[in-house]
Design a protein around this ligand. Structure first.
Ligand code: FE2
Ligand code: FE2
Length: 246
């Protein structure tokens, strides 16, 4: 299927319609979660890539997905909010809770073996990682204990009674705005980590633990981008639309 790419198409709209192109955008360094509202032309310019090259990579990704025998990616725009919140918690929250402590352990090992030669870069990378870790851990708790239960409750009560249940934070839009601001900060931390490591380029003397650390950080980045995309571009706008429909 030919994907229509107009310079004015937003990155968000492309990924919502064609989730199979996410990986290609990730590899091109195009931000589709926090910066998803930008047009493809702006996003390509920001990543220093020609729009034609972006269109080609995106089309290739869609063709590859068509040829592959795997089931097509789920279109989360069609799922219930409860299903989507459960999916985010069950996959992306679980991923982060496993990855963050594992990466912290790898940092300690890599610093003790390579601190003498790469100490400045590693120390700066670890500082950014640790502040990202502590903010994300709190963030996951706030979503799991406050926002997601409210979204599930709102959906259930709307279906049964047509009424929006009371929210102790005023409206869901308040915690959502806070979550979005935290996503922006996490996105900035990921960019900072990419910049300090020169796009996770391994030094010539890197050992296997060093490469496991960089691979793990890049995997965490890709997972967090997908996670933030599902919240910022699908779950949160749909929850706010439901709330204002009363
Ligand atoms: Fe989340
Ligand atoms: Fe979040």
């Amino acid at each position: 299927m030919a994907i229509a790419i107009e310079p004015t198409t937003t990155v968000r709209d492309l990924v919502l319609k064609h989730p199979e192109t996410r990986q290609a955008l990730e590899s091109l360094g195009i931000d589709y979660c926090c910066g998803g509202g930008r047009s493809l032309a702006e996003a390509a310019a920001a990543a220093g890539i020609d729009l034609t090259a972006v269109a080609k990579a995106v089309q290739q990704a869609a063709d590859d997905a068509n040829l592959a025998s795997d089931a097509p990616e789920r279109d989360w725009r069609q799922a219930s909010l409860t299903e989507l919140a459960n999916h985010i918690e069950g996959t992306h929250h679980v991923f982060m809770k496993q990855a963050l402590p594992r990466l912290d352990d790898l940092f300690a090992k890599v610093l003790s073996a390579h601190g003498a030669r790469h100490g400045d870069m590693l120390a700066s990378l670890r500082t950014t990682f640790q502040s990202l870790r502590s903010e994300i851990e709190m963030h996951l708790l706030k979503e799991e204990q406050v926002l997601f239960p409210y979204i599930r409750q709102m959906e259930a009560e709307m279906a049964q009674t047509g009424q929006i249940p009371p929210m102790h934070c005023g409206t869901a839009a308040n915690p959502i705005r806070q979550m979005e601001a935290e996503h922006e900060r996490a996105g900035a931390a990921l960019m900072q980590m990419r910049s300090v490591t020169d796009d996770y380029a391994l030094p010539a003397d890197a050992c296997s633990t060093f490469s496991a650390l960089f691979e793990g950080l890049a995997e965490m980045e890709a997972d967090l981008h997908e996670h933030i995309h599902l919240e910022n571009n699908i779950l949160f706008p749909r929850a706010m639309a439901l709330e204002s429909r009363e």
